[in-house]
Design a protein around this ligand. Structure first.
Ligand code: XMP
Length: 317
C-alpha cells in the first residue's frame, strides 16, 4: 500500500540528512524488527551503518548462517557476527533457574556488544528496532512481570554515543512486515515467528549443555519441517520443540535406552498475551514424533503440549 511506500521514502530521505557523516551502530538479532530497521537505515546511509550480530550459540538450526548470509552476503552491509557461544555456555554452566538464565544472557549480551562497539571507535548514533507496541509496553508500570524480557532498554547505558534513532517507533508489527517486504527482505525473515531473546536457553529445561542444545536444534528443525510439509504454518503463530529434563525408558532396536523427552508446542494467538494450543493434525504429530525418535538417538519420547495460556505460558521457562 502507498502508505508504507511513502514511509520508506520519507525515512530514507530523513536519515540521509540527519545521519550524514555519522557512524551508526545497530544490534541485529535477525528478528523482524531489527532486520527491517537495519535494512531501512542501510538504504539511507550505507557504509556508515555497522550491524553487530551476537551469536550466543542459543539459536535454532542454521539460524546464525542464515542471518549472516542475508545481511552480509546478500545486502553487503557492514556486518559483524560475533561467535560468542563458548562465552555464553561458560556463564550458563550449572544454572537451572529460568530467570537467572535470562539475566545472565542479558548481561553477557551487553558485555559482548559493548566490546565490539569499543573496537569500532567513536559511535555517534545507536539505532534500535523498537516498534510502537514496545514503546507503549515499556511505558507501563511493570508491576506484574511474569518473565523478564530484555528486548527494550539496557544497551544505551553502557556505550557512549550522542543519540538514538528508532526508525520503526511509530509502526505496528504488520506495518513493519510490509516495510520489510518492500525492502526486499526474504519472506522467511519477514514472517518469522517470535523467538525469545534468551533463545534455546529457555527451551532446554534445567541445565544447558552444548549436547542438549544440539539435540533440541535437531528436534526443532524436524518439527518445523513437518509443519511446512503438512502446510500447517497458517494455523499456528508460534511452534517449537522443548527439551525437557525428564528422562524416560525406551527401546531402540533391541536395546533398552534411557533418553530425553521432547515436548512439542504450537500455539494460536493474536497477541501472545493469551494463546490456545493449536489443533495440529494427528498425521503431522505422528510423523514429527517418529522422525524425532528415529533420527535423534538420545530422544526416546515425544509429547505434545495441550495447555493454553493462561494458565501455561507459551514458553516452558
Ligand atoms: P510467554 O512464555 O511469556 O511468551 O507466554 C510470550 C511471548 O514472548 C516470548 N518470550 C520472550 N521474548 N525474551 C523475549 O524476547 C524473553 O525472555 C521471552 N520469553 C518469552 C515467547 O516466545 C512468546 O512469543
Amino acid at each position: 500500500n502507498w502508505k508504507m511506500d511513502h514511509f520508506i521514502d520519507k525515512a530514507v530521505e530523513k536519515y540521509k540528512t540527519e545521519l550524514a557523516g555519522k557512524k551508526v551502530l545497530l544490534a541485529l538479532s535477525g528478528g523482524v524488527d531489527s532486520s527491517v530497521a537495519a535494512t531501512l537505515l542501510y538504504k539511507a546511509i550505507g557504509e556508515d551503518l555497522t550491524c553487530v550480530f551476537v551469536d550466543h550459540g542459543l539459536l535454532r538450526k542454521n539460524e546464525g548462517d542464515f542471518v549472516e548470509n542475508t545481511f552480509k552476503g546478500r545486502f553487503g552491509m557492514n556486518f559483524i557476527r560475533v561467535n560468542a557461544e563458548s562465552r555464553f555456555l561458560e556463564k550458563l554452566a550449572g544454572i537451572t533457574e529460568p530467570e537467572q538464565k535470562r539475566k545472565i544472557i542479558g548481561e553477557e549480551f551487553i558485555r559482548v556488544f559493548e566490546e565490539e562497539a569499543k573496537k569500532l571507535g567513536k559511535i555517534n548514533v545507536l539505532a534500535q528496532g523498537t516498534i510502537y507496541p514496545d514503546v507503549v509496553e515499556s511505558g507501563k508500570g511493570d508491576s506484574a512481570t511474569i518473565k523478564s524480557h530484555h528486548n527494550v532498554g539496557g544497551l544505551p547505558d553502557v556505550i557512549s554515543f550522542d543519540s538514538i534513532v528508532e526508525p520503526l517507533a511509530d509502526l505496528f508489527k504488520d506495518e513493519v512486515r510490509e516495510v520489510g517486504n518492500k525492502l526486499g527482505l526474504p519472506k522467511e525473515l519477514v514472517y518469522r515467528q517470535p523467538f525469545p531473546g534468551p533463545g534455546l536457553a529457555v527451551r532446554v529445561i534445567g541445565e544447558i549443555t552444548k549436547e542438549k542444545l544440539d539435540q533440541l536444534r535437531e528436534a526443532d528443525a524436524i518439527f518445523c519441517e513437518e509443519i511446512a510439509k503438512h502446510s500447517s504454518e497458517e494455523m499456528t503463530n508460534q511452534y517449537f520443540a522443548v527439551l525437557t529434563d525428564l528422562h524416560s525408558v525406551g527401546v531402540k532396536g533391541d536395546a533398552r535406552t534411557y533418553g530425553y523427552t521432547v515436548a512439542l508446542r504450537a500455539v494460536t494467538t493474536d497477541d501472545f498475551m493469551t494463546a490456545e494450543w493449536t489443533w495440529l493434525p494427528y498425521e503431522l504429530l505422528e510423523s514429527a514424533s517418529s522422525r524425532i525418535t528415529n533420527e535423534i538417538e538420545q530422544i526416546t519420547r515425544v509429547v505434545y503440549d495441550i495447555t493454553s495460556k493462561p494458565p501455561a505460558t507459551v514458553e516452558w521457562e
